[in-house]
Ligand binder design. Structure first.
Ligand code: BG6
Length: 480
C-alpha cells in the first residue's frame, strides 16, 4: 500500500474524463483522508494553460456545498500542479520528470501512479515515453489505464504487446469503472455470503438472467468517438460482461485478486462466441414528438452510419451450473430511463397446487438507487386465499440512509493506491471477453446489409425487444 510520498500523474488532464471523473474522485479521497500522506497530483496534457486556468478547470466539476468542503478543496488544490507537454516527444516527458523530481526532493521514495485518461491514439506513445523518461528509480510504480482496450481481440492483443516490454501485469491497472460501483462490489458477498442464494444459484432453479443498461440520452456531440465503437464495444463487452462473470463465476478460493480473476476467466472461457441469430441491434431515430434528434442527426456522426446504439444478445455458459440458461444482455442509448440492473428469474414452482403463479425474481439494481429486491408470492392478507406478488426489498436509501455511497472512481483509485487488483481487468480476462464478441463485431462491421432496427429516442428500444426476451424464456408477469 502506498501510505506516503506518492505522486499521482494524470495524463490527459485537460480532457473530459479527467475533469468529470478523475479529479473529483481524487478530491473525494482527499476529503476522506484516503490519499497517501505527502501526496502531490500532477496534471499533464497538451493544452497550454497557466496554473490558475488549470485550477479553474479542476474546480469546475467539484461541488462545495458547505464551508468545510470548501476548505478541503483549498487544501486539495494546493496539491495540484500542471505541466503542459506533447504525447510523443522526449523533451516534454523530461520536462515532466524535472517537475516530478522537484516534488520528490527529500523524499525517501519516489512512488508514482500514472493515470492515463487518454484517447487510444496516443496511448502507446505515452506509455513508452513514460517508461523511458519517468520510471521511478526508487519507488513503486502503477499505471492505471482506461478503455477502450482495442476494438477486437486482435487490436486488444496488439495494445497489450506494445505495453509488455515496458510494464508488468503487476504494474498495470485496467479500469472498468463498473467494478467500482457499490452494488457490483456487493455481488460476491450477496452470492457467497448467503446460503439461500448459493443453494438455488444454478440451472435447476434459474430460468434466465437479464443484465440491462439503459441511458436516457444519445451521443450528444460525442458521436465521433461513439460511432467508431458502438454500444457493444462501449458498454457490453466491458461493463455488462463484467457483471455477467461475477454473477456466473464459481466461488473463488479466496478474496485475493488472482483467485477472483481466475474464476472470472474460467466462466468466460466456458462461453461460446455469440451466434448472430441471438442478437438484435437498433439505432435511435427522432423522439416520437420530434423534439429529440435521431442518431444520424448528430453532426459528429458520419452520414449513413450503421452503428448500433442498442443491442440485445443472448449468451450461454457451457458448464454444469449454467448449461441452457440464457444470459440476456441489453444495452442502449436514448431510451426511456437511466438504469443498470441484473434480473434473475427463477423457474416456475412445481405445478400442482397453484395455477399460473408468477415466478420469483431477484433484482439487483446497480443504479440509480441501489437496491436488492426479490419478487415473491404471498397470501393477500384477509379472509380470502388470494395470492399476491410482493417484494422483499432492500433499498439502500431507506436501509442505509446515513451512509454515503462513494463514486466508482474513488473506490477504484483507492484500490490502486492500496495495490489491490481485484477490481481491475486482467490481460487474459480481456482476451477471453474479446474472443466471445469479436466474430459478432466483425460480422456487423463487414456486412452492409445488416442494418440496425430503428427505435424512437426515449422509447424502450426496438419494438421486437419483448418478443426477443420472451423467446429465451423470460416470462412477463402479465403472461401468467
Ligand atoms: C462509459 C461509456 O464507459 O460508461 C459511456 O463510454 C457510458 O458511453 C458510461 O455513458 C456509463 O457509465 P455510468 O457510470 O454513467 O453508468
Amino acid at each position: 500500500e502506498l501510505k506516503e510520498h506518492t505522486t499521482i500523474v494524470v495524463l490527459g488532464a485537460s480532457g473530459d474524463l479527467a475533469k468529470k471523473k478523475t479529479f473529483p474522485a481524487l478530491f473525494g479521497l482527499h476529503r476522506n483522508n484516503y490519499l497517501p500522506k505527502d501526496c502531490k497530483i500532477v496534471g499533464y496534457a497538451r493544452t497550454k494553460m497557466d496554473h490558475e486556468e488549470f485550477i479553474r478547470r479542476v474546480k469546475s466539476n467539484i461541488k462545495t456545498p458547505t464551508k468545510p468542503i470548501e476548505e478541503q478543496l483549498v487544501t486539495f488544490l494546493e496539491k495540484c500542479v500542471y505541466v503542459a507537454g506533447q504525447y510523443d516527444q522526449d523533451e516534454s516527458f523530461q520536462n515532466l520528470e524535472a517537475t516530478l523530481q522537484k516534488i520528490e526532493a527529500g523524499r525517501p521514495h519516489n512512488h508514482r501512479i500514472f493515470y492515463m485518461a487518454l484517447p487510444p491514439s496516443v496511448f502507446i506513445s505515452v506509455s513508452q515515453h513514460l517508461k523511458k523518461n519517468n520510471y521511478p528509480k526508487n519507488g513503486i510504480v502503477r499505471l492505471i489505464v482506461e478503455k477502450p482496450f482495442g476494438k477486437d481481440l486482435e487490436s486488444s492483443r496488439k495494445l497489450q504487446k506494445a505495453l509488455e516490454p515496458d510494464w508488468t501485469e503487476e504494474e498495470i491497472y485496467r479500469i472498468d469503472h463498473y467494478l467500482g460501483k457499490e452494488m457490483v462490489k456487493n455481488l460476491l458477498i450477496l452470492r457467497f455470503g448467503n446460503e439461500f442464494f448459493g443453494a438455488t444459484w444454478n440451472r435447476r432453479h434459474i430460468s434466465n438472467v437479464q443484465i440491462t443498461f439503459k441511458e436516457p440520452f444519445g451521443t450528444e456531440g460525442r458521436g465521433g468517438y461513439f460511432d467508431e465503437f458502438g454500444i457493444i464495444r462501449d458498454v457490453m463487452q466491458n461493463h455488462l460482461i463484467q457483471l455477467l462473470t461475477i454473477i456466473a463465476m464459481e466461488r473463488p478460493l479466496s478474496f485475493s485478486a488472482e483467485d477472483i480473476r481466475d474464476e472470472k476467466v474460467r466462466v468466460l472461457r466456458a462461453m461460446p462466441q455469440i451466434a448472430t441469430e441471438n442478437v438484435i441491434i437498433g439505432q435511435y431515430g427522432k423522439s416520437e414528438d420530434g423534439s429529440k434528434p435521431a442518431y444520424l442527426d448528430d453532426d459528429t456522426v458520419p452520414k449513413g452510419s450503421r452503428c448500433p446504439t442498442f443491442c440485445a444478445v443472448a449468451m450461454f455458459i457451457k458448464n454444469e451450473r449454467w448449461d441452457g440458461v440464457p444470459f440476456i444482455l441489453k444495452a442502449g442509448k436514448a431510451l426511456n430511463e437511466q438504469k443498470a440492473e441484473i434480473r434473475i428469474q427463477f423457474k416456475d414452482v412445481t405445478s400442482g397446487i397453484f395455477k399460473d403463479i408468477p415466478r420469483n425474481e431477484l433484482v439487483i439494481r446497480v443504479q440509480p438507487d441501489e437496491a436488492v429486491y426479490i419478487k415473491m408470492n404471498s397470501k393477500l392478507p384477509g379472509l380470502s386465499t388470494q395470492t399476491v406478488l410482493t417484494d422483499l426489498d432492500l433499498t439502500y436509501k431507506r436501509r442505509f440512509s446515513d451512509l454515503k455511497i462513494p463514486e466508482a472512481y474513488e473506490s477504484l483509485i483507492l484500490d490502486a493506491i492500496k495495490g489491490d487488483h481485484s477490481n481491475f481487468v486482467r490481460d487474459d480476462e480481456l482476451d477471453a471477453s474479446w474472443r466471445i464478441f469479436s466474430p459478432l463485431l466483425h460480422y456487423l462491421d463487414e456486412n452492409p446489409e445488416v442494418v440496425p432496427m430503428s427505435y424512437p429516442y426515449g422509447s424502450r428500444g426496438p419494438p421486437v425487444l419483448d418478443d426477443f426476451t420472451s423467446s429465451y424464456g423470460y416470462k412477463f408477469n402479465d403472461q401468467v
